[in-house]
Write a new protein. Sequence first.
Length: 251
Amino acid sequence: MLSGRWGWSSGSEHCSWVLLGAIVPGEGYRTFLVPKSDYQVEDTWHVYGLQATGSNDIVIEAPVFVPDHRTHKQMDGFNCVHSQTNPMYSIPWAQLFVRVVSTPAIGAAKHAIELFTGDSSGSSTDPTKLQGDPDITRRVASAINDIDEVETIMFRNFDRMLAAAMANREIPMIDRVTYRYQASAVTNKMAGAIDQLFEVAGGRSIFNGAGIQEIWRDVHSAQAHVANNPTPFARNLGGMALGAENADVFL
């Protein structure tokens, strides 16, 4: 029997089901799949960035029954326990989830570069050709490189996990911890790349409706997601490198 309130439910206005996390007494954390007929969407998403995600609150006032087959135990996700024949299900669920909330920042940063370079001839920052400004060209090159580095690491890590799953091999725990930290750092790195451009994007960029400003707000808002805070994951990785045991089961 499930009831309560949950925030940050992205896409809630468009979905007919939601995934809700709760604590089962004596067991721990589970995720519950609930149909729209059993919950209400409360309009709470009034934010300065990521407005389009519609991450409203989900409310279940009177307890509703959720059958066991529509639940997923956190420790099953951690231990890669599943009944599927496709070996891809042996990739830890949390490793996929964290990429959902971090890698969109890569696409946002790519679009920021497109907007910045495509509008350079009309920039109020420098009415002459920006191609000749060494600071501008350095910033663009740095942003391009930041994106390439992050994207390369994300693809490499996923390829390694998929290869292990297809070969029916466990992914080493130190690798899972490393991948978790690197995924958490994506949004911060992409925010830095966008900052380099936004700082010199000109006066028009501060007006509402300016594309690069909207990207700047979205990516900085994404930094508020707990999965995009690299600090605890850095502590876990550094601790394991120094001989400590893994302290996280959501990886």
